[in-house]
Design a binder for this molecule. Structure first.
Ligand SMILES: Cc1ncc(COP(=O)(O)O)c(C=O)c1O
Length: 500
């Protein structure tokens, strides 16, 4: 065992615990220490708490959770007995897995290639590469590479041709942009992480949509930000921001940053109209909150008629340089390129570039050249190809779900990567666990909430090819039957079993 461990602070663990609701039968009439031990074990087994993470001392955790020290001590003792915690006098306690346990399954981690035949992956929301365009762009990039190979190959702000291509695309979408406003990053995730590191301090409040993109929520939690969730409302059958609530949160909590996904939101697919964008920006300006706009899914409007103009990027409405935008080639082009970007004022771009020199230095040149190629002439064809695929899969899911699982519901989205499905009272966590046993990876709704909300939701990504959708829904229905019946039993502490 290494001597160094990630340290989880008491508030960070308290926030994670709030997202780890156990199925009801597991918590009813159980002593508090068993619930606490069960929650920590759940966080470890589904990968939200890394193996080897140092947990807070008993006294500190007891005070953060307002529990007695005996409760925390007994929970730790239970976890130690089950092999989920190791302790050494003077060194603390850190999470572990019992001998012989399978590694943590995380619905949002990709199924490894050698298991893809066995496991149906309804976790990761990213499409295969568009072919033959990717192959052609890669060949062209290899031709261009010798020109770059003559130098050191480090481009902290990005290779100029890609910065230009991204700036041009913003300009085409109605937001005039120059290359010095663009910083190329290693995926949108790299951009979000960098912005977070520079702009968000430990303990700062960050307002987030509820639901929101699970990985950002988790990254924010782990850096010690305090999340303030702001719900969606569904007026006229479509999801919209609850602006009154946004105004209340911005006035009352004064969040340092407000993180939003206004275009084909992940996970709901919602598209926010111009008026809502304008009003949220005005409220954020009055509160001095930086608006971090995640446009990773912005080009995925497969349900919007060609003739309907899309709202311009949110930064086009920004009069006080208060918007920082993050984008990605990962959904429209290919996730395997790991290309993303930040669009911001040139001074902030320079500051972020200085900061990233201490992490990944830059993004691989070859991948940047491929992305620049794809963002050029082939883009309209590539985009049409990806949107056709998403649309066909969405329609196939809508038909198969209404036939096999008619009590489940979802607002038909105008675009995006997923369906956000209400499972009519069935626990998403229970479905995910039953799915693990049945070889189907399911993303439980509570991963997309900041406080354990959305227990009765799952996210179904539009990644299965349309012809394979009926069989996928058939398997989903079998898992739902099993979960509804109390289904498979997973081992729990002290010989008890949790129904999942
Ligand atoms: C809203 C949102 N932001 C960021 C990301 C991460 O994108 P990337 O693969 O470019 O890191 C995703 C991927 O699903 C996403 O949906």
């Amino acid at each position: 065992m290494a001597d160094w461990h990630t340290t989880v602070t008491p508030p960070a663990l308290a926030r994670l615990l709030a997202t780890a609701r156990l199925p009801d039968p597991a918590t009813a009439r159980r002593p508090a220490y068993r619930t606490l031990a069960g929650q920590i074990r759940l966080l470890v087994t589904d990968g939200r708490l890394p193996v080897g993470a140092r947990l807070p001392a008993e006294r500190e955790l007891a005070s953060a959770l307002e529990l007695s020290r005996t409760t925390v001590a007994t929970a730790y003792e239970t976890l130690r007995g089950d092999g989920y915690l190791l302790s050494r006098r003077g060194a603390g306690s850190w999470t572990a897995l019992p001998e012989g346990a399978s590694p943590p399954g995380d619905a949002l981690h990709p199924v490894p290639p050698d298991e893809q035949g066995r496991i149906l992956d309804l976790g990761v929301a990213a499409l295969p590469a568009p072919q033959p365009w990717l192959g052609r762009a890669a060949a062209r990039a290899v031709e261009l590479l010798p020109h770059y190979a003559a130098g050191h190959g480090h481009y902290p702000t990005g290779v100029p041709v890609l910065r230009e291509a991204v700036a041009r695309r913003y300009t085409e979408r109605g937001l005039p942009t120059t290359p010095d406003q663009i910083l190329v990053t290693t995926g949108a995730m790299g951009g979000l992480h960098l912005v977070q590191r520079v702009l968000v301090g430990r303990g700062d409040r960050v307002a987030v949509e509820a639901p929101s993109y699970a990985h950002t929520l988790q990254a924010l939690r782990l850096t010690g930000a305090r999340l303030v969730p702001v719900p969606y409302t569904s007026g006229g059958g479509r999801a919209r921001w609850d602006l009154e609530e946004w105004q209340r949160v911005l006035r009352g909590a004064a969040p340092k940053v407000s993180y939003v996904i206004p275009d084909f939101h992940n996970p709901t697919g919602a598209l926010i109209d111009k008026e809502q964008r304008r009003r949220l920006l005005a409220a954020a300006r009055a509160a001095g909150s930086i608006v971090l706009v995640d446009e990773t899914t912005a080009e995925l409007g497969w349900g919007v008629p060609e003739s309907t103009p899309l709202p311009r990027p949110m930064a086009a409405l920004d009069r006080s340089a208060q918007v920082v935008t993050v984008g990605s080639a990962g959904k429209l082009l290919w996730g395997g390129l790991r290309i993303g970007w930040v669009r911001a004022a040139p001074a902030l771009v320079r500051r972020l570039a200085t900061e990233r020199v201490y992490s990944d230095v830059g993004t691989p040149v070859l991948d940047q050249l491929i992305a620049a190629e794809l963002l050029g002439e082939p883009l309209p064809e590539v985009r049409a190809h990806q949107l056709d695929r998403l649309r066909a899969t969405a329609h196939a899911f809508a038909a198969a779900l209404s036939e096999r699982l008619p009590e489940w519901s979802f607002p038909p989205p105008p675009g995006g990567l997923a369906l956000w499905v209400n499972t009519a009272g069935l626990s998403g966590a229970a479905l995910a666990q039953a799915g693990e046993h049945a070889g189907i990876r399911i993303a439980a709704g509570n991963r997309f909430g900041s406080d354990g909300a959305f227990e009765h939701h799952i996210r179904i990504p539009l990644t299965v090819p349309a012809p394979a959708v009926p069989a996928a829904v058939e398997r989903l229905a079998a898992v739902a039957d099993r979960a509804a019946a109390g289904g498979r039993l997973v081992p729990a502490d002290e010989g008890q079993a949790l129904a999942v």
